[in-house]
Design a protein around this ligand. Structure first.
Ligand SMILES: *[C@@H]1O[C@H](CO)[C@@H](O)[C@H](O)[C@H]1NC(C)=O
Ligand SMILES: *[C@@H]1O[C@H](CO)[C@@H](O)[C@H](O)[C@H]1NC(C)=O
Ligand SMILES: *[C@@H]1O[C@H](CO)[C@@H](O)[C@H](O)[C@H]1NC(C)=O
Ligand SMILES: *[C@@H]1O[C@H](CO)[C@@H](O)[C@H](O)[C@H]1NC(C)=O
Ligand SMILES: *[C@@H]1O[C@H](CO)[C@@H](O)[C@H](O)[C@H]1NC(C)=O
Ligand SMILES: *[C@@H]1O[C@H](CO)[C@@H](O)[C@H](O)[C@H]1NC(C)=O
Ligand SMILES: *[C@@H]1O[C@H](CO)[C@@H](O)[C@H](O)[C@H]1NC(C)=O
Ligand SMILES: *[C@@H]1O[C@H](CO)[C@@H](O)[C@H](O)[C@H]1NC(C)=O
Ligand SMILES: *[C@@H]1O[C@H](CO)[C@@H](O)[C@H](O)[C@H]1NC(C)=O
Length: 699
């Protein structure tokens, strides 16, 4: 009984959580008018009832789902491409062996709406069947197509002459009959296909099947219609402002439809940087690009009316847009020096240091050909050092002298190596005050990105979160910067999941804690900085002695150039954990971290490596294997033994559901880290209070 309640509550919770993902729609109708017919949004110039639409031609009848005098059945109205989707009835004619016994040849009235001639096709279905559109006045053919071939032994199921035929429409029609008939005299003597059919449908929507030959009387098909306003071009409409319907912050576009006589009219669209309903006063609202789903700026983002800017950090100049060329110190050398000047205060000391920098720069210009190279390789680092100090009013992050770190690691002795990978090497070390540290030494660093690297280091050193490895500081005196982190003692989640000596310690409870704390760390970084981790994976999730999670390596991976031999060079991340959408498009968003996190969840509950070569099914990629197991209802077969032993099955299912949402192929469908965190925290709460009464805690 309790178990059943539990299941029901989890289902309710999932429904509630998914419902909160729905974005609230702003009203699209005139003030005081209904916004919707059932679940169909009716945007102005359309409207429900008197005085709610631009004119009688746009009045929607919610009972019949028709518009004005047209007789199609409305499905939806769109503003961004000025389309109506609607259902049109089918025409048919049925025969016995001698004559026609039953037919339906509907008259279609589209009022002032136009069939998109490129999308909709006239379709004939039947053997020796003719489909036609007839003029309403004299019933002459405007358009026709014929499926002529006898088709008793139909082999192919394509609409290409055998049993089915489609033709595009010549031009926009507003009133016509749809007509169909048998072409031959042998009307219905085959014993199969007693009827012929004709209809309009979007070419991509209709898939011909052999069963359709006898079974289509009651079908209706979706068509795309173009709608416009006015009966003139934009230029003519603008001359009379009292009848011009596009409101502020919008643009006007002429309709491209071809009609028999007159002008098809025009449409309004919100200008770039605005969204909403261009037909309503104040309808086009500024789009806040800074809070959109895609990150647009490298550093800071400032939203403006109709646009946005991406200022560079203090002391830098350039183009801070993500698509731009980037900010740099080069042009800003003077402002950096200026900053330094202010920081120190006026006086002889400042001019002495400036002279020193200038002298130093000049000296190097003589030895190295490219001034820019020189700046980046050497002088740039010194300036960055100055900036680093200027931006750090508190001593949260330290600049370490190379010699201190050499001493701490016994000159980077190989006995102090605690990790090695494509990126470089991690050493453990002990500072003079006995603090234990981990020092990350990259093989090389992308010189073009060094400024950004410093900036992220500064941002990260300001982050203080119990589940994020503290970045204590860095050393810029070496060829490649060294990063100094707090030392975390108990290996990584990867070790604990995949190495025999550790596995037994990973109870379900502990795995759930790890998942929750990792989600907290990612959610924190996403909400407080613009940094995307880029390489969330179990080897990057470190554990303290009490199994507290410490996520490491935020944002760092991208600054390290990949080996030529590496599987792919443009996209940074680790195979198996990489967001496939990012892999394909190269566009990185916070949702890429959500994907990788989802893979860590899968790894936690299945105990399998995300990418292994051990000859199991998961060789194909754990993501696919997991989703297909889940869909086939055999999740249980791929779970880790420990999880099976001490996890409550509803809780496991709940985590599996979260994981599945996180690894949705389409990043839009994935939840945010904040949402994932909230879901996991609720689950953890309910699993802590494991007494019978706890189940309510989930709701
Ligand atoms: C509206 O509801 C119907 C059935 O209730 C559904 O088939 C249709 O897809 C819905 N339309 C939209 C736009 O959600
Ligand atoms: C529509 O507007 C007209 C004039 O503005 C007014 O006379 C009429 O009563 C209104 N009709 C309704 C149903 O509100
Ligand atoms: C909608 O159409 C029905 C049937 O034609 C009609 O009875 C009704 O009055 C119409 N409603 C409105 C608001 O025009
Ligand atoms: C075909 O239908 C017509 C009219 O309904 C009827 O008169 C005729 O007998 C039918 N022929 C056969 C072969 O059923
Ligand atoms: C087609 O008509 C023939 C006789 O005219 C009849 O025997 C057969 O059952 C009909 N087939 C279908 C699918 O209605
Ligand atoms: C079509 O619908 C009508 C009434 O709704 C029904 O009597 C008839 O059997 C249906 N025909 C087919 C082929 O489904
Ligand atoms: C264009 O629209 C105006 C007002 O809506 C109307 O007076 C005029 O007759 C229309 N012209 C044509 C050619 O339809
Ligand atoms: C401008 O449009 C208004 C409203 O449609 C109409 O009354 C007026 O006659 C038009 N003026 C001209 C110059 O066409
Ligand atoms: C944007 O435009 C609105 C209305 O035109 C104005 O009130 C607001 O101050 C503007 N905001 C900015 C940031 O320019």
């Amino acid at each position: 009984m309790l178990l059943q309640i539990n299941v029901i509550l989890i289902v309710i919770l999932i429904v509630i959580l998914s419902a909160t993902n729905v974005v609230c729609q702003v009203a699209q109708s005139l003030p005081g008018c209904p916004n919707k017919c059932g679940n169909i949004t009716i945007p102005y110039p359309f409207g429900i009832g008197k005085n709610c639409s631009l004119s009688e031609s746009y009045e929607v009848n919610c009972t019949t789902l028709t518009v004005a005098h047209a007789n199609f059945k409305l499905l939806d109205i769109t503003l961004d491409d000025s389309h109506i989707h609607a259902l049109l009835p089918i025409a048919y004619q049925c025969y016995n062996s001698t004559k026609s016994i039953n037919q339906h040849q509907p008259k279609i009235r589209l009022s002032r709406f136009l069939l998109s001639s490129t999308v909709n096709f006239l379709t004939a279905v039947g053997c020796d069947a003719r489909a036609g559109l007839l003029d309403v006045k004299d019933k002459s053919y405007i358009s026709e197509c014929i499926s002529r071939t006898r088709c008793k032994n139909l082999r192919r199921s394509s609409c290409f002459g055998q049993g089915c035929m489609q033709v595009p429409l010549p031009f926009s029609l507003t009133q016509f009959y749809i007509h169909t008939q048998r072409v031959t005299r042998q009307v219905g003597s085959w014993g199969f296909n007693n009827c012929t059919y004709a209809f309009l449908a979007r070419k991509s929507d209709y898939q011909f099947k052999k069963q359709d030959l006898d079974n289509m009387q009651n079908k209706s098909f979706k068509v795309t219609l173009d709608w416009t306003v006015g009966n003139t071009s934009c230029a003519a409409a603008k001359k009379n402002q009292s009848s011009y319907v596009c409101k502020e912050n919008s643009v006007c576009k002429n309709s491209e439809a071809i009609i028999d006589e007159g002008d098809p009219g025009y449409n309004c669209y919100c200008a770039d940087g605005y969204h909403g309903n261009p037909y309503l006063p104040g309808g086009c609202q500024d789009t806040n690009e800074c809070e959109g789903p895609h990150k647009v700026c490298r550093y800071h983002c400032v939203n403006m009316n109709g646009s946005y800017t991406c200022p560079c950090p203090v002391g830098m100049r350039g183009d801070g847009r993500l698509s731009g060329s980037g900010c740099s110190y080069l042009e800003a050398a003077r402002s950096a020096a200026h900053l330094f000047y202010i920081a120190i205060g006026t006086g002889p000391a400042a001019s002495f240091v400036l002279t020193l920098i200038l002298y130093w720069g000049l000296k190097h210009r003589m030895t190295i050909k490219s001034r820019e190279m020189a700046f980046k390789k050497n002088g740039g680092l010194i300036l960055q050092k100055i900036l680093f100090e200027a931006k750090q009013p508190s001593n949260k992050a330290k600049l370490f002298a190379a010699r201190i770190l050499e001493k701490a690691t016994n000159n980077f002795h190989k006995t102090n190596v605690i990790g090695q990978g494509g990126y470089g090497t991690v050493y453990k070390g002990t500072l003079e005050d006995n603090t234990r540290v981990a020092i990350k030494k990259s093989k090389s660093i992308d010189e073009n990105q060094i400024e950004q690297f410093i900036n992220e280091v500064i941002m990260l050193s300001e982050v203080s979160h119990p589940n994020i490895v503290r970045l204590l500081g860095c050393c810029l005196e070496t060829q490649t910067p060294l990063l100094v982190y707090e030392f975390v003692t108990n290996k990584t989640v990867y070790h604990h999941l995949h190495e025999k000596d550790y596995v037994s310690s990973m109870t379900f409870e502990r795995r759930l804690n790890i998942a929750t704390q990792t989600a907290k760390a990612l959610a924190h970084i996403h909400s407080t900085t613009q940094i995307i981790h880029r390489d969330v994976k179990s080897p990057n999730i470190l554990l303290a002695d009490d199994y507290t999670v410490k996520v490491s390596d935020f944002g760092i991976s991208r600054f390290i150039p990949m080996d030529q031999t590496h599987i792919q060079t443009l996209v940074h991340g680790t195979l198996g954990y990489i967001d496939p959408e990012y892999f394909r498009s190269g566009i990185l968003t916070e949702k890429s971290d959500v994907y990788s996190f989802g893979m860590v969840l899968v790894e936690l509950i299945t105990g399998r490596k995300v990418f292994s070569n051990d000859g199991t099914e998961s060789d194909l990629g754990l993501a696919m294997f997991f989703v297909s197991s889940l869909e086939r209802g055999c999740l249980i077969q791929i779970l880790d033994d420990q999880v099976k032993k001490d996890g409550i099955s509803d809780h496991i299912d709940y985590i599996a559901k979260i994981a599945k949402d996180c690894i949705e192929l389409e990043s839009k469908k994935r939840p945010s880290m904040e949402e994932v965190k909230a879901q996991l925290e609720k689950l953890r709460q309910s699993s802590i209070n494991s007494s019978p009464g706890h189940l309510l805690a989930l709701v």
